[in-house]
Design a protein around this ligand. Structure first.
Ligand SMILES: [Zn+2]
Length: 329
């Protein structure tokens, strides 16, 4: 949806959020609307049209396949109630710096850390839209070391536990930044840096880099290359290269996605719109299995066991309660 309306398509603020999504059924209906705004379309055959079965699933009137609203999405086979998902997503979208698994676990009194951890990682994994536009205009490209918990690593381009990460930011005139893109780089060779620029910057753009030799040759790839000294960049003040993140490097790419998503929406007037966009991406994103999330986890690090059936959080369903304190006798 290109122009969703505040107060109609997404909640303007927390009060509206709470009023709209009181029950798991409300949440499911919202996901259904997000996934099939013009009515059911069969994911199996692409046929438009079908009917709703007694259990809430849809049956395609073309091929007869049965499908649920959440099947094939990030919510596929989830045993976490949708009210919990929605509340987590609201906090994830509206918090300035996101949300840690631990604070979310406490906020909703959820027993299993793994459940919360996996929920947040699933939300993060939807934040990159494939085929999104490359950056245009004047783009500053830089690399920096991010992640790890290692102190006192020698600067420059020395290898360490921290991960070398490429950063591309649109530079606006007279001042400020446009959109940004980030991705871990294998190394600082010409091959890595050229691929990073080609993937994220539209040919024809002016690319500003420092004087590092690996950036040489960008002209041949169709860019206007302006190498300049590190000092010139620093003197401009706001240096995006000074980003400090402390995360395990195995999930760095996913944290970078989250950072970029937030950065690119930092001027979004409504946090509710960000919430809407995340859910919109979530129903269009294929399922992410717990095994896949744990697969990128380095040994020794946090959550090993998958969530057990007993650890699933209770629904946050809030049917009208009719002021029980007035009726206590
Ligand atoms: Zn079908």
């Amino acid at each position: 949806m290109d122009h969703p309306l505040a107060g109609t398509h997404y909640p303007r603020a927390v009060g509206e959020f709470q009023a709209w999504f009181r029950t798991d059924a409300d949440c499911l209906d919202y996901l259904e609307w997000l996934r099939w705004p013009a009515g059911f379309i069969c994911p199996a055959c692409g046929h438009a049209g079908g009917w709703r079965l007694g259990d809430g699933r849809f049956q395609c009137s073309g091929c007869g396949a049965r499908t649920s609203v959440t099947a094939g999405t990030i919510f596929d086979r989830t045993r976490t109630p949708l009210t919990v998902w929605f509340n987590a997503c609201w906090l994830f979208a509206t918090g300035k710096d996101g949300m840690s698994a631990l604070s979310l676990k406490r906020t909703f009194d959820i027993g299993s850390y793994q459940t919360v951890w996996a929920m947040l990682h699933r939300l993060r994994s939807v934040l990159v839209r494939p085929g999104r536009d490359r950056l245009r205009g004047t783009v500053e490209v830089d690399e920096t070391y991010i992640g790890g918990h290692e102190e006192g690593l020698a600067g420059g381009r020395a290898r360490g536990k921290k991960v070398l990460t490429g950063i591309a930011v649109e530079i606006l005139e007279p001042k400020g930044f446009g959109r940004c893109r980030m991705r871990p780089l294998g190394d600082a060779t010409a091959a890595s840096l050229h691929r990073f620029v080609a993937d994220f910057v539209e040919p024809g753009a002016t690319v500003i880099t420092d004087g590092w030799k690996s950036y040489g040759g960008l002209d041949q790839l169709g860019y206007i290359h302006c190498p300049r000294s590190q000092r010139a960049a620093r003197s401009r003040g706001e240096d995006p290269g000074e980003l400090q993140v402390s995360v395990d490097s195995a999930h760095l790419a996913s944290y970078l996605n989250e950072f970029v998503f937030r950065f690119n929406r930092r001027r979004s007037r409504s946090r509710g719109m960000v919430f809407f966009r995340i859910l919109e991406l979530a129903v269009a994103h294929e399922p992410v299995r717990y095994k896949e999330l744990v697969a990128v986890q380095p040994s020794r690090a946090v959550p090993p066991t998958p969530p057990q059936a007993s650890g699933h959080p209770a629904s946050l369903d809030r049917p009208p309660a009719n002021r029980p304190w007035r009726h206590s006798g």
